[in-house]
Design a protein around this ligand. Structure first.
Ligand code: C2E
Ligand code: MG
Ligand code: MG
Ligand code: MG
Length: 292
């Protein structure tokens, strides 16, 4: 009996592996030529000041509408693009496109927004990366503090020495460095001081249960306290309810990101969001009038 089940499970596992490998092969094939065919686009998700509600940063998120496969989510094609090396060309496209977009926002309510871009470890390891970044800034007329690069803990673990040098160079340029999905990886806390980071993004997995799980609540509280003492900015990811937003604000989290604030949207929609946010803030001044 038991042996039979075991064999069955093993066969299913092998079939899953084959299916995953086949998937990756199909995606790899479809990725070839996808940049030239204009199949990629960026959507932008608002990140607001937890206290004032001001729209301060925007995260660029990559979308792929494949002629062959239809829409494919980044969690499925980014790993394939990393394996094939295509992530270098794709990451360059993202950097260019996002900086150009911020350039276009110059005369709008988004004129002083900071753009956050997700960067893969492969891009950081590319010797031309720092030059690429500074050229994208110059070409599009952005000041370096308007750009923030989001890295995952994996980046810090993989190539410690080279990464430290590259991050130091980027910080010297004035570009911000943000640690994405914080708490889900395996980096030691000493990495937080060793690397030149400005911002920690608390992963959605912890924010999700903050209202109902004492454990998550304590954990987020501890991360925020630690961030404060290290002089880091804190962003909470995956904020989906007003209750979560209120708790995070009370805990001293600086910025909020999530469906409760806004979904990732196309530039025109984001501009409308920014306009209505600016109008709402103008009506409720943060400095109260002297009533006495
Ligand atoms: P991430 O950088 O952690 O981005 C946040 C993800 O959470 C996005 O998924 C976003 O749509 C989603 N999200 C935001 N708010 C909420 C919320 O309130 N609830 C829930 N359930 N989800 C929320 P998306 O766009 O599918 O991206 C997934 C991941 O793919 C990103 O995670 C990032 O690691 C990677 N990625 C996206 N764009 C790029 C890119 O241009 N380059 C690289 N290297 N990776 C990218
Ligand atoms: Mg990110
Ligand atoms: Mg994240
Ligand atoms: Mg993520």
């Amino acid at each position: 009996e038991a042996k039979k089940t075991g064999r069955g499970e093993q066969r299913m596992f092998t079939e899953d592996m084959n299916a995953a490998a086949r998937d990756a092969l199909v995606i790899d094939g479809a990725l070839r030529g996808a940049i030239e065919a204009n199949e990629f686009s960026l959507v932008y998700q608002a990140i607001t000041n937890a206290h004032s509600g001001k729209l301060t940063k925007v995260e660029a998120l990559l979308r792929w509408n494949s002629a062959l496969l239809g829409p494919v989510p980044p969690d499925r094609f980014i790993p394939v693009a990393e394996d094939s090396g295509m992530i270098i060309a794709l990451g360059t496209w993202v950097l260019d496109q996002a900086c150009r977009q911020v350039g276009l926002w110059k005369q709008t309510a988004l004129h002083d927004v900071t753009i956050s871009i997700n960067v893969s470890s492969w891009q950081l390891a590319d010797p031309g990366f720092v030059t690429l970044v500074s050229q994208a800034l110059i070409r599009n007329g952005l000041s370096p503090h308007q750009l923030e690069l989001e890295l995952t803990e994996r980046v810090l673990i993989e190539d410690t020495l080279n990464v430290q040098t590259v991050l130091a160079q980027l910080r010297a340029l004035g570009v911000g460095i943000s640690l994405d999905d914080f708490g889900t990886g395996y980096s030691s806390l000493s990495y937080l001081t060793q690397f030149h980071l400005n911002t920690l993004k608390i992963d959605r997995a912890f924010v999700m249960d903050i209202e109902h799980s004492e454990r998550s609540n304590n954990l987020v509280h501890a991360i925020i306290a630690m961030g404060h003492s290290l002089g880091l900015q804190l962003v909470a990811e995956g904020v989906e309810t007003a209750g979560q937003a209120a708790i995070l604000e009370r805990m001293g989290c600086h910025y909020l990101q999530g469906y409760h604030i806004a979904r990732p949207i196309v530039p025109d929609e984001l501009l409308r969001f920014a306009d209505s946010r600016a109008a709402a803030l103008a009506q409720t001044p943060s400095q109260p009038d002297f009533a006495i």
